[in-house]
Design a protein around this ligand. Sequence first.
Ligand SMILES: [Zn+2]
Length: 149
Amino acid sequence: MGSQNADSGQMNIDEERTVGNYLREGDPDWGWEFRCEDFIFARLDEDRASADKLDSAARQAERDRIGSLRRIAGWHSTYVDQEGRSHARCFTCEPSHGFPCTTLRNLAGLWRAHPDYIPGWTDEGTFLADVFELGGFRRAFLAKARSDA
Ligand SMILES: [Zn+2]
């Protein structure tokens, strides 16, 4: 089972089955998996500070938007057990969704112009290839059914 190295903030991988083949040294994702969620919550904190300067109607709309994004990010943050051991995945998604999961990666993309943003966070080509190998998306299926009719 993986555990977080307090010095480096990276994962020690003791058992392959915990993280599958996803997190390995040399993997392009190695070393930034935790920074993605830290990046998102830092941006949400900044957005919240900016929202507090708006007039009341705009402030409430912005707080609602930020609150929804914060709840989504929370459900997709790194899951740790009661001993604080990281499971190198979010609580909500299957491990096959990667770490950080596709939801967290795409939330990070909201702030892609920020200097701390890492472009690889929203590179989901591999994930989409996996999806299409297994089937596809409902909307694409329905659109094809309509065009075939
Ligand atoms: Zn997730």
